[in-house]
Design a protein around this ligand. Structure first.
Ligand code: AMP
Length: 282
C-alpha cells in the first residue's frame, strides 16, 4: 500500500493511473475504520483496478458545538486495516493540504438539505460537498463509494455530481451492522455500556416503521417509533422522518422508494440510521 499525504502527489498518482488505462475507485472516510468502511473498499476492489481511500476529518463539515476535536482518531490502526483490506493508496492529507489558503468560493447544497441532518446540522452538507469537490478533483476516480447509512449524504452528493457534472459514478453500499442490528459507526465507541445495550432499539424501530407505514400512515408510524425508542433508550430523539428517496421530499402517495431516517443524541454520541424500501400501491 502506498501512503500519500500531499495533494499534488495524489493528483500525480491518479493522472498516471489514468494514462495506464486503470480505473480508480475512491473511498472517502474520516477514519477510525470499521467493517462499514471496509465494505466500501471491498466493493471498490471488485469493480476497479486501483482503490484509493482517503482519511480526512474535515473541519468544514462540523458545526461550532459539534465533535470535531473529539472525533475518534487512530491512524496507526487505520493504516494497518486499510493495508489488510487491500487498499492500494491511502491518502491522509492534513488540513493545510486540502485548504492551503482561504477558499475564494463557497458552495451551498441547495436541495435535499432542508430535512433530516441538513436541518439539524446547518452548514454540514456545504462542508461535505466542498471537501468532496476538492477530493474528487485530486483523486479523479471513476467511481466513488458511499455508505447508505449516510443516505442523505448519498442523495446530496449525487446532486453535486449531477449539477457540476463530475465525471465520477456514485456507488451506494448497504449499511453494515453489528449482530444486534446497530449500524456500525466510528461514534459507537462513545456510547456508555448502558447506552450500547439500548442502541439496537434504533434499528428495531426502523424495521417496525417499515412494517407499519402502509397501514398506519406517516404520523402514526413516527409516533409508534418514538414511543419504542423513548421507552427503551436514554438518548434524545433529534428527528424521525419519513420521506421520498432520494428526493427527500414529503411522501404524498404510499408508493415508490421511501426512507425512514432517524437521529438520536446519546450523552456523547449522536447516532443516525435509516431504512430505504419500495412501497407498492395497495
Ligand atoms: P465516515 O468515516 O463516517 O465519514 O464514513 C465514510 C464512509 O463510510 C461514508 O460513505 C459512510 O456512509 C460509510 N459508512 C459509515 N458507516 C457505515 C456502515 N455501517 N455501513 C456502510 N457504510 C458505512
Amino acid at each position: 500500500m502506498i501512503k500519500l499525504t500531499c495533494a499534488s502527489q495524489m493528483k500525480e498518482f491518479s493522472r498516471n493511473e489514468r494514462k495506464r488505462d486503470k480505473t480508480v475507485g475512491f473511498v472517502p472516510t474520516m477514519g477510525f475504520l470499521h467493517e462499514g468502511h471496509l465494505s466500501l473498499v471491498k466493493k471498490s476492489l471488485e469493480e476497479c483496478d486501483t482503490t484509493v481511500m482517503s482519511i480526512f476529518v474535515n473541519p468544514l463539515q462540523f458545526g461550532p458545538n459539534e465533535d470535531f476535536e473529539k472525533y475518534p482518531r487512530d491512524l496507526e490502526r487505520d493504516t494497518a486495516l486499510a493495508a489488510q483490506s487491500g487498499v492500494d493508496v491511502l491518502f491522509i492529507p492534513d488540513a493545510k493540504e486540502i485548504y492551503p489558503s482561504s477558499l475564494s468560493v463557497s458552495m451551498t447544497a441547495k436541495q435535499r438539505t432542508d430535512v433530516m441532518c441538513g436541518a439539524s446540522r446547518p452548514g454540514h452538507f456545504d462542508g461535505v460537498i466542498t471537501v468532496l469537490s476538492i477530493l474528487f478533483n485530486l483523486v479523479q476516480a471513476d467511481r466513488a463509494y458511499f455508505g447508505q447509512k449516510d443516505a442523505q449524504q448519498v442523495a446530496v452528493v449525487q446532486g453535486l455530481v449531477n449539477s457540476l457534472m463530475f465525471p465520477v459514478e456514485i456507488v451506494p453500499v448497504e449499511t453494515v451492522r453489528e449482530q444486534d442490528g446497530l449500524a456500525k459507526s466510528s461514534r459507537n465507541v462513545y456510547l456508555s455500556p448502558a447506552e450500547r445495550k439500548q442502541a439496537p432499539i434504533l434499528y428495531k424501530a426502523l424495521k417496525e416503521g417499515e412494517k407499519s407505514l402502509s397501514h398506519l400512515g406517516t404520523q402514526e408510524t413516527i409516533k409508534k417509533m418514538r414511543d419504542m425508542i423513548n421507552s427503551s433508550a436514554d438518548g434524545k430523539i433529534d428527528y424521525i422522518e419519513i420521506l421520498k428517496y432520494p428526493d427527500l421530499t414529503p411522501l404524498v402517495l404510499n408508493k415508490g422508494k421511501v426512507i425512514i431516517a432517524l437521529a438520536v443524541q446519546f450523552d456523547k454520541a449522536r447516532l443516525i440510521d435509516n431504512v430505504i424500501f419500495t412501497m407498492k400501491e395497495e
